[in-house]
Design a protein around this ligand. Structure first.
Ligand SMILES: [Zn+2]
Length: 435
């Protein structure tokens, strides 16, 4: 039995020719896309009527901290250091596994609601996060965040937690969930931990998920400490490889960008979080493209965004670069959609499996409702992509499918109970932040 997405007004394929098909359908079997275009549904097939819908590949969020949904709106309008040290870290030290589980369920609901089918996460209590994502049915790469502690025992404990989580992921036997090593940042992890992370990623054939050069202060501190520029330092110690997925990478010089290109480093660009925390500057994404660096998009945690809506991130990405360069052509809608789909897949090494609507790929698919007022009219085929990037938002998503399984159909969640999760998050927050 297959699933047929029948008679979509448009299919934005994201194939190598970036074709947009009109009045077309997709047939899915065993989690893969089997047919695209003209499809005859078999009598046993389940059929979703896609008239007045546009079908796109599921969006890929390459950087987030899912459980931080708990802190949404808790501490806005602060500078990064103040925000972290005085607001976020004190609360995080009191988080329990159960709270992270609730936060991750809420984040999963929001991603399903807004068309994200795959994401890269770093946080604490990752076994509880994995449990939530497993229930939600999303695809994810999960990393327990590691930070060097003042004593050796504490640092060793971080490594043991990572290894324990790796075992947990293997035992879950969920092919949608995988592991990446997560040293938090070069300013919170010394060279020993960074190289330990590099070696573990090599052994497990996976990524190293890390924040690099998020703020100017980080670069200034490295130079003050006599280590030079952050990327140069990381290269000198032998850390930079094509397994590194660098979140932010805002404050890089042209030569650091070239170094990333030479070493095959991938970048997750999170402009909404960067703007909200006033990181200043704008990540040199056009230069990264010139240097051959794959750049995907991320929301970052919902405490510095304040959401997980990748449509919002796509629009902001285009706008921030146009504005910074005084050039409306520097980043067009197609390029931004590429970052949220195909380039995101490249960032996680899954471009053969994800990121486009093509025969043989995994069926991570999203339907956007063209009946919504903000999506009327769609003038012609050539404007569909810019309508998606500039006019749409996550609330226009009607149906979200991961690996051929519908997680939301006609805006109704198929696996998660929105009301129950909402109540449980409110009660977790009541324990964490007494009113
Ligand atoms: Zn982050």
């Amino acid at each position: 039995m297959g699933l047929v997405l029948k008679d979509c007004d448009w299919i934005v394929t994201q194939d190598p020719q970036r074709r947009i098909l009109a009045n077309a359908s997709v047939r899915i079997t065993d989690g893969r896309i089997e047919q695209v275009g003209r499809v005859n549904a078999a009598s046993k097939d389940e059929v979703i009527d896609c008239r007045r819908k546009v079908l796109i590949p599921g969006l890929i969020n390459t950087h987030t901290h899912l459980s931080m949904t708990l802190f949404r709106g808790y501490a806005d309008d602060l500078e990064l250091r103040d925000w972290l040290e005085n607001k976020i870290w004190p609360l995080e030290s009191r988080l329990t596994g159960d709270m992270c589980y609730q936060g991750a369920l809420l984040g999963s609901l929001e991603m399903t609601r807004t068309g994200t089918t795959c994401f890269v996460d770093m946080y604490f209590h990752m076994e509880d996060v994995a449990r939530a994502v497993d229930e939600a049915g999303l695809r994810a790469i999960l990393s327990p965040g590691m930070i060097d502690k003042p004593d050796k025992t504490g640092t060793e404990h971080e490594r043991q937690s990572t290894l324990k989580f790796l075992e947990y992921i293997h035992e879950l036997h969920n092919p949608l969930l995988s592991f990446a090593v997560g040293p938090h940042a070069p300013y919170t992890c010394g060279p020993e931990t960074l190289l330990w992370a590099r070696d573990l990623a090599e052994k497990e054939d996976t990524l190293v998920n890390i924040h690099i050069a998020e703020t100017r202060g980080e670069q200034a501190q490295f130079e003050k400490d006599g280590k030079g520029r952050v990327a140069e330092y990381l290269d000198r110690i032998g850390f930079l490889t094509n397994r590194v997925l660098a979140a932010h990478a805002v404050w890089l010089t042209k030569s650091e960008v070239k170094l990333f290109g030479q070493k095959g480093v991938r970048v997750s660009h999170s402009p909404v979080s960067n703007m909200k925390l006033a990181s200043g500057g704008t990540a040199p994404v056009p230069e990264m493209w010139d240097a051959g660096v794959p750049v995907g998009l991320g929301t970052d945690g919902p405490a510095s965004n304040n959401g997980l809506d990748m449509f919002d991130t796509m629009k902001m990405t285009a706008l921030v670069h146009k504005n910074a360069r005084w050039d409306p052509t520097i980043m067009n809608a197609q390029r931004v959609l590429d970052m949220a789909t195909l380039d995101g897949a490249r960032c996680i090494g899954r471009e053969k499996e994800l990121g486009s609507v093509e025969i043989g790929k995994r069926a991570d698919l999203v339907l956007v409702d063209l009946r919504d007022p903000n999506l009327i009219p769609i003038h012609r085929k050539e404007t569909v992509v810019s309508d998606l990037v500039y006019s749409a938002n996550g609330q226009n998503v009607d149906t979200t499918i991961v690996d051929g399984r519908p997680l939301m159909v006609s805006r109704r969640f198929q696996k998660l109970d929105q009301d129950k999760i909402g109540e449980e998050v409110r009660s977790s927050i009541g324990q964490l932040i007494p009113q």
